[in-house]
Structure formats: structure tokens, C-alpha cells
Design a protein around this ligand. Structure first.
Ligand SMILES: Cc1cc2nc3c(=O)[nH]c(=O)nc-3n(C[C@H](O)[C@H](O)[C@H](O)COP(=O)(O)OP(=O)(O)OC[C@H]3O[C@@H](n4cnc5c(N)ncnc54)[C@H](O)[C@@H]3O)c2cc1C
Length: 298
């Protein structure tokens, strides 16, 4: 990164900077080389100013949440990663609505729902990462998607700040309402009033089910592929006999074939190799084209 650019960023912005942090420390897969620069804005204005500078200087940037849906190249990430976990971690319950910052954890949102007796998001319990990442990818589980309860969002981009209501939030399977080049700052959820103890019991049930069905003891990025319409990617991969297939430090999970786990020291290439094998075999033997659910940063 040009020294003059770094100086301008450091001179004009109030937040903090980190240079050269390995993405293997910032992702649940524990894979990936260095992030050239991470910026943690102090507040909304600081982030808007950063976006304006980066756009004007033609520097690539992307938001980074909890890093739980990412596979990052061993060469790392060029440009600037925007980490909102400090600045946008606020959470307010107002009746049956929750206003939450994009940098708050989804687990924190679930906890607030339990404490506030608010129902609707329970099946999402156990999905790691932030509200920003979940809204971006319309995270879902057990037939519920986070977008179902979304009522309004505040989005920042190099063009400024924009608020959008429910009528303006297009959603589809693993596709939230944000366009590329937009950063979610805040989301408002509308939930159903319920009983704290009932909600807690449901959440605990979903967490237990996850522990039984998913290889949570090893680093991964969750499900690798989207489920094709009416089918389960994990079942298709299992049926072509790939459970337990290893490449380097990576393995197609023996517990859930749509998970690739890092057994230790897995590289980007190890995981990509398994992805290619799974895609090829499922296409050849089942006639189904698998599409990635994880995001590849390479
Ligand atoms: C064990 C495990 C289980 C999982 N189970 C599920 C599941 O059941 N269902 C499911 O849907 N997913 C699941 N996932 C995947 C992942 O946890 C979700 O996709 C999660 O919502 C990603 O959030 P994150 O904060 O980690 O996002 P990241 O991985 O950091 O980023 C993902 C994308 O979101 C973007 N992004 C992040 N923050 C913002 C923001 N503020 N504004 C705009 N864009 C932003 C990033 O730029 C990137 O494009 C699982 C993952 C693991 C490891």
C-alpha cells in the first residue's frame, strides 16, 4: 500500500489500523495469508469518511465480519478490510423490535431475544459470525432465514448513508438485501412476543441438534455448497462416496459431507482441491451442479 495513502488514512480517520494480520487468525477455517490493512472505524462518520477516501483512491475494500463464511487465499488479501465489530456492536430492544449494529454477534442478538422474550430467530442459534455477515448472506437454518424478520436497514457506501424499509429489502436463498459496495451499519428486526423460558428451550434444542449434526470441534466455514433446489448438497456428496476424503490438511467431514474441516495446516489449495473433486463427482454421477455457499477471497 502506498505510504501516502496510509498517511492520509491515518491522518484523517479516528479509528485504528492493523497491518499484516494473518487471515488464518481472523477466519473460522484458520486458513489464509495476511490482510494488507484492517481498519476499525470509531463510528459511523469515520466509516463514511474511510469509504470516501478508499473510493477516491481506487483502493479495493470489503467488510469483514466474523470470517466464518470465508475461504481466503494463502497469499492473503490486498486492500482494506473494514471491521465493524467495535464501532457497530450496539443492540437495543424496543418492544418487539431489536435495533442492532452490523458488528454485533448473531449469538448476542439471540441472547437478547431470549432475555427480551422475543421469538423468531431461534433456528439460527449456533450460526457463528456477525449480524452484518448474516444479513449479507441471508443466513438461514431450519427453514428460517434472518431476512424473514428484517424490517429496516441502514447502509453506508461511498455515496453516503441510506435507510431502507421492509418494502425495499430483496431477499433470496443465501442472498441478502445488500448490493456489492455497500456496508451494513444497522439492522432492525421485528420479532414475535413470547416466553423467555420457551425461547431459551428452543434455542438450546437447536444448539444440541447442531452439535450432533455438525463437526463443530474442527475449524471450518460451515456448509461449503448451497443446497440445490429440493436437494441436500451434503447428501449428494455422501452418495458419491466422498465422506472422509483428505487432501493435505483438509478433509470432507465424516459427520456432515457438506463440511470441509481443517485437520491442521490445511491450505487454500487443499480445500479448493476437495471442492473441485466434490463438484466434479456430483456433476458426473448425479447430474447436479453444486454452487458455492462459502465466499472465496482469492
Ligand atoms: C460451524 C459453522 C456453522 C454454520 N452454520 C450456518 C448455517 O446454519 N446457516 C448459514 O446461513 N450459515 C452458516 N454458517 C456460515 C456463516 O457462519 C454465516 O454465513 C455467517 O452469517 C457469516 O457471518 P460473518 O460475520 O462471519 O461474515 P464473514 O464471513 O466475515 O463475511 C461474509 C460476507 O459478508 C460480508 N459482510 C460482513 N459484514 C458485513 C457488513 N457489515 N456489511 C456488508 N457486508 C458484510 C463480507 O464482506 C462477506 O462478503 C456456518 C459457519 C460455521 C463455521
Amino acid at each position: 500500500m502506498r505510504e501516502t495513502l496510509l498517511e492520509e488514512l491515518k491522518g484523517r480517520l479516528k479509528g485504528s489500523f492493523l497491518q499484516g494480520v494473518p487471515m488464518s487468525r481472523l477466519t473460522s477455517f484458520r486458513i489464509g495469508g495476511e490482510a494488507e490493512l484492517i481498519f476499525r472505524p470509531r463510528d459511523e462518520e469515520d466509516l463514511l469518511e474511510a469509504l470516501e477516501i478508499l473510493e477516491r483512491q481506487g483502493v479495493p475494500w470489503r467488510p469483514l465480519g466474523g470470517g466464518t463464511n470465508l475461504l481466503v487465499a494463502d497469499e492473503g488479501v490486498k486492500g482494506v478490510l473494514l471491521d465493524l465489530r467495535r464501532a457497530a456492536s450496539f443492540l437495543e430492544v424496543e418492544g418487539s423490535r431489536v435495533r442492532v449494529g452490523a458488528g454485533a454477534s448473531l449469538a448476542g442478538l439471540l441472547l437478547a431475544c431470549i432475555e427480551g422474550g422475543l421469538s423468531g430467530l431461534e433456528p439460527l442459534a449456533g450460526i457463528p459470525g456477525t449480524v452484518g455477515g448474516a444479513v449479507k448472506g441471508n443466513a438461514g437454518s431450519g427453514g428460517v432465514e434472518i431476512g424473514n424478520s428484517l424490517r429496516a436497514i441502514t447502509v453506508l457506501s461511498p455515496r453516503g448513508k441510506e435507510e431502507r424499509g421492509a418494502e425495499d429489502l430483496p431477499l433470496s436463498y443465501r442472498q441478502g438485501p445488500l448490493a456489492s459496495g455497500e456496508v451494513l451499519w444497522e439492522a432492525v428486526f421485528q420479532l414475535e412476543e413470547g416466553e423467555t423460558e420457551e425461547i431459551r428451550a428452543k434455542v438450546e434444542g437447536f444448539l444440541e441438534e447442531r452439535k450432533r449434526r455438525q463437526p463443530l470441534g474442527l475449524p471450518s466455514a460451515g456448509c461449503i455448497f448451497k443446497n440445490p433446489p429440493g436437494l441436500y448438497a451434503g447428501k449428494l456428496i455422501e452418495e458419491v462416496g466422498l465422506k472422509g476424503l483428505r487432501r493435505g490438511g483438509a478433509m470432507i467431514s465424516e459427520l456432515h459431507a457438506n463440511f470441509i474441516v481443517n485437520l491442521g495446516g490445511a491450505t487454500f489449495g487443499d480445500v479448493m482441491g476437495l471442492i473441485e473433486t466434490a463438484k466434479e463427482r456430483v456433476l458426473r454421477e448425479q447430474g447436479v451442479e453444486l454452487e458455492l455457499e462459502i465466499e472465496v477471497w482469492a
